[in-house]
Design a protein around this ligand. Structure first.
Ligand SMILES: Cc1ncc(COP(=O)(O)O)c(C=O)c1O
Length: 389
């Protein structure tokens, strides 16, 4: 479908050759809640296929459509639908695939609020089972006739383990489950899960794709037969619509995504290579390091590595973790990731112990999002914090 298009073209002009663009280099921001029709019958026709016609911006908007075309092309998908947040996309996607009595199978650690959402679905009679395994055959022991969705993130949340996408998606397809994957970490620049058998890809646009920590958004991409029903139902009814303004910012973010990702990769690896040799560090969970257990698999299914990863301080003492984090000067303390600025967060200080235990996160685990500052400066910052804390 997209064989002859390269990603930088998609991030640039692709999807923008509309008559209303009038040669503009940036798509206009359609600040319209509604769109009018010449006749009453034309409005009726518009409403009959509201996912394809501009009727009301809770459903469709031309600026958002430009972004959707680009993300669909980057993910090699037929179609994409953008949401007001990554969680909006994840919640709508899972909801669209399950009914009361159904089960979702989760492989490995996934973003905390995704798990919270799956727990929330229990009140509607939808269960979930989390399995930590490298071997899809293990899932045979939990699959039932009511299993509908296989949900995963690769690299996985906080520990950055690599999941064999072809193997797990193949297992799911053979049993009639839809595989949904969160591809926020790698971005479509470095990983294209649909080409490996995954059915639907979800993203938080708030991270690398936006790239400037100035927007919150989400997207799901996949075949029309799965996107259309959710565009007409969950998108319209939950009301988590992406605004034209946020879409325009994400389009600007996409312009530089193909050059930002290799720069993040280079800086992230520089920092990880420094940390892995440091005596105060027990482990560095970065799939780009040759010593990482998922490194070879990662190289087989990704073309690069982003710059969010975790280190494990050699301590069980939460106050030592806090001292280290507070000693950093260039890494600022905050949630989220994927922008210019380097960030640090420590789950031991922010996440309940019971939740950490189920995710296998040790006290000393610290997450870094390596930004686009000079790598030497970041390494020096970490060296100093490790020496003084
Ligand atoms: C891996 C991952 N997926 C999804 C989300 C949710 O995205 P949003 O914050 O845009 O709702 C996040 C946010 O931190 C995330 O880290």
């Amino acid at each position: 479908m997209y064989e002859h298009i390269d990603d930088s073209w998609i991030c640039g002009r692709y999807g923008e050759d509309e008559p209303w663009m009038s040669g503009a280099v940036n798509p206009p921001v359609f600040e319209n809640s509604l769109f009018t029709f010449p006749t009453a019958n034309a409005l009726a026709d518009g409403l009959a296929a509201e996912d394809e016609n501009y009727v009301y911006s809770r459903g469709t908007n031309p600026t958002v459509d430009v972004l959707q075309r680009k993300i669909a092309a980057l993910e090699r998908a037929e179609r994409a639908k953008c949401f007001a947040s990554g969680m909006g996309a994840i919640a709508a996607t899972i909801s669209s695939l399950v009914s009361a009595g159904d089960q979702v199978i989760v492989v490995g650690a996934v973003y905390g609020p995704t798990t919270q959402f799956l727990r929330y679905l229990e009140k509607f009679g939808v269960s979930h089972t989390t399995v930590h395994t490298d071997n899809p055959a293990v899932l045979d022991s939990v699959v039932t006739t009511r299993s509908r969705v296989l949900y995963l993130e690769s690299p996985s949340y906080m520990r950055y383990g690599v999941i064999d996408l072809r193997a797990f998606a193949g297992w799911a397809r053979g049993r009639g489950l839809t595989t949904v994957m969160d591809n926020t970490w790698a971005t479509p620049i470095f990983q294209k899960p649909l080409t490996m058998g995954v059915d639907l890809v979800v993203h938080s646009l708030s991270k690398y794709i936006g790239g400037h920590s100035d927007l919150v958004g989400g997207v799901v991409a996949g075949p029309s037969r799965l996107i259309r029903p959710l565009a007409l139902t969950e998108y319209q009814l939950y009301g988590a619509a992406l605004s034209a303004h946020e879409a325009a910012k994400a389009i600007k973010g996409l312009r530089t995504l193909p050059v930002r990702m290799p720069a993040h990769q280079e800086r992230g690896l520089r920092v990880a290579e420094f940390l892995v040799k440091h005596p105060a560090i027990r482990a560095v969970n970065h799939p780009g390091l040759p010593g990482h257990p998922g490194h070879e698999l990662a190289r087989a299914q990704m073309t690069g590595f982003s710059s969010v990863f975790s280190l494990e301080l050699d301590t069980e003492d939460i106050t030592e973790v806090a001292r280290f984090v507070d000693a950093l000067r260039h890494f600022r303390i905050g949630v989220s990731w994927g922008g210019f600025e380097s960030l640090v967060s420590a789950p031991a200080l922010t996440t309940q112990e019971s939740v950490r235990a189920t995710m296998g996160i040790p006290v000393g685990l610290v997450r870094l999002s390596v930004g686009l500052e000079d790598a030497d400066t970041l390494v020096a910052d970490l060296a100093e914090a490790l020496a003084t804390s």
